[in-house]
Ligand binder design. Structure first.
Ligand code: ADP
Ligand code: ADP
Length: 227
């Protein structure tokens, strides 16, 4: 089943030329799809329409078989991992990961503790749980941001250029790490990047956007064979 289904999605900001033009794309349960294209082609806009942070001008956004155009982000059960990680500097790694769980009134402390520790173990962060973000490496911070997504039991992960602030070496390591984790968790993932290497090495399928138009959707292998 398609977890995310976009049908003829259009986004127009004011009187400008449409930023996203008639995009239709089905993303299957557990699939890892990379949205790639040059700066300004509409990747972030598309991602924000999936999460619900941007209004859709026309078309249908379906998540888990349900039309969500009018649903606020909190009712979509998705987890977005942002470029700048958006960690709370004054909170420990533990509290950063626990944060989304504490927003729910009546969340039980032992349940929160179990989820945080499970996520930390998956992400190999157990030994850093008491540290503050300032005392972590870029890659570790990235993993904390992912931990926060994991504990939400989200239907899908959405990444917006999550590695763009890292140096080349770390970017390579984190790329491998994200691919490994996505497979381990088996969660549907949409990942935005302008980096060709990331696009060709990370996902199951690559969706190429140009000036708001979906040009091509193919596996990396298909793209290598007939570029
Ligand atoms: P990308 O993520 O591929 O760099 P964006 O989705 O950020 O592209 O932007 C696509 C187009 O929409 C660009 O022309 C950009 O200037 C425009 N755009 C993005 N956000 C807004 C906004 N809030 N208001 C007006 N125009 C915007
Ligand atoms: P509640 O269900 O009590 O409103 P949530 O755990 O859903 O609380 O979080 C509050 C708001 O923050 C919601 O709009 C939620 O979608 C949003 N939110 C928090 N973290 C993320 C994230 N990583 N990705 C997407 N949305 C998030």
């Amino acid at each position: 089943m398609a977890t995310i289904e976009m049908k003829n999605i259009v986004k127009q900001y004011g009187d400008n030329a449409p930023a996203v033009r008639d995009v239709s794309l089905e993303i299957d349960d557990g699939e890892f799809v990379i949205l790639v294209g040059p700066s300004g082609c509409g990747k972030s806009t598309l991602l924000r329409m999936i999460v619900g942070l941007e209004e859709i001008t026309s078309g249908d956004m379906m998540i888990g078989g349900e039309r969500v155009n009018e649903k606020p982000p909190r009712d979509r059960n998705l987890a977005m991992v942002f470029q700048n990680y958006a960690l709370y500097p004054h909170l420990s790694v533990y509290e950063n990961i626990a944060f989304p769980l504490r927003l729910h009134k009546g969340a039980k402390e032992d349940e929160i503790d179990r989820k945080v520790r499970d996520a930390a173990e998956t992400l190999e962060l157990t030994e850093f749980l008491e540290r503050k973000p300032a005392n972590l490496s870029g890659g570790q911070r990235q993993r904390v941001a992912m931990g926060r997504a994991i504990v939400r039991d989200a239907q899908a992960f959405l990444f917006d250029e999550p590695l763009s602030n890292l140096d080349a070496k770390l970017r390579g390591q984190m790329r491998t790490e994200i691919a490994r984790l996505q497979r381990k968790l088996g969660v549907t993932t949409v990942y935005v990047t302008h980096d060709q290497t990331e696009a060709m090495t990370l996902g199951d399928r690559v969706a190429l956007l140009k000036k708001g138009v979906l040009q091509q959707v193919a596996t990396p292998r298909e793209l290598y064979e007939k570029p």
